[in-house]
Design a protein around this ligand. Structure first.
Ligand code: NAD
Length: 301
């Protein structure tokens, strides 16, 4: 089984990397947080001291980083992957970033006679943990052999791999999905909050919504009201999960695209403003994006 390089071992990447190890791959790992790297070393991975070290050690590399500047830095920065990438390497970037950043990095990787696919994910931390993620792959359109090669790794971290087309198309799909996710999460949070204030039991309200026309992922799988679903971040003090600041970032990517292309997105725009407020709020910025429920329920009118 091949050696895989993995860079970015956070809430998502940590689980994804462990699933590759469980499937029998040897891992060479790097993260900006040395404690995380040490933790993986204690679990059997080889610790690298820079992205360049990873590029020198593996021809299949997964990156799972917060946003576009981090991806540009890891690939093109000092001691970046591009310094050492071996010819014929495959780089799978699962970060959610600007479509234009993916296209730019793909070009730089192609100059090293290697391949970069954008492969952002949906499914959250639980999906990463349980290897049930959906991967939206850009760059393998019309190249089935490339998709087959990528799937050797992606199938071990997820259960759906969707070929979206050319490089950057995975990011387009992901950004559209997350704009809808933000809209439905805010809608679910304000609905749950109103129902509670009207005297309804939160679990009962959620179960009614989940068998009625208001059902959505945020109501039945990731309900933001604490205690409705055990084991998810909203029931654990909004720790872990998908950070509010990351959601604000995804919504800014959607708004940039909508402005450039002239697509009207009034609810996406409002959701962006709400998550920008959360991302700047000292109590909420590092919390899971379901914390919008607490933001609303704590608000005094
Ligand atoms: P995270 O902040 O938990 O993890 C990011 C990791 O990258 C951290 O361990 C950090 O130390 C590391 N890092 C940052 N800069 C680095 C650098 N220059 N070099 C090496 N490592 C660096 O984020 P996450 O929640 O795991 O999300 C990662 C990506 O996945 C984001 O783009 C996010 O939008 C996307 N995403 C997240 C979720 C979710 O539920 N958390 C779901 C789908 C997609």
């Amino acid at each position: 089984m091949s050696t895989v390089g993995f860079i970015g071992l956070g809430n998502m990447g940590g689980h994804m990397a462990r699933n590759l190890m469980r499937a029998g791959h040897s891992l060479v790992v790097y993260d900006a947080n040395p404690k995380t790297v040490q933790q993986f070393k204690s679990e059997g991975a080889t610790a690298a001291s820079s992205p360049a070290d990873v590029g020198a050690a593996a021809k299949e590399i997964v990156t799972m980083l917060p946003s576009s500047p981090h991806v540009r830095e890891v690939y093109g920065g000092k001691k970046g992957l591009l310094e050492t990438l071996k010819e014929g390497s495959l780089c799978l970037d699962s970060s959610t970033i600007d479509q234009s950043a993916s296209i730019e990095v793909a070009k730089a990787v192609a100059e090293r006679k290697s391949i970069y696919l954008d492969a952002p994910v949906s499914g959250g931390v639980l999906g990463a943990q349980n290897a049930t993620l959906t991967f939206m792959v850009g760059g393998a359109g019309g190249k089935p052999e490339l998709l087959t090669r990528a799937k050797v790794l992606l199938d071990k971290m997820g259960k759906n791999v969707v070929c979206c087309g050319s490089v950057g198309s995975g990011q387009a799909a992901k950004i559209c999905n997350n704009m809808l996710l933000a809209i439905e999460m805010i809608g679910t949070a304000e609905t749950m909050n109103l129902g509670l204030k009207m005297g309804l039991d939160p679990k009962k309200l959620a179960s009614i919504i989940n068998t009625s026309s208001g059902r959505c992922w945020s109501s039945d799988t990731y309900n933001p009201c604490p205690g409705v679903i055990e084991g998810i971040p909203p029931s654990k003090g909004y720790e872990g999960g998908f950070g509010s600041a990351l959601m604000a970032k995804d919504l800014s990517l959607a708004q940039n695209a909508a402005t450039t292309l002239g697509a009207p997105t009034p609810l996406g725009s409002l959701s962006h403003q709400i998550y920008r407020l959360l991302a700047q709020h000292p109590d909420f910025q590092s919390k899971d994006f379901g914390v919008v429920f607490k933001f609303l329920s704590d608000s005094k009118q």
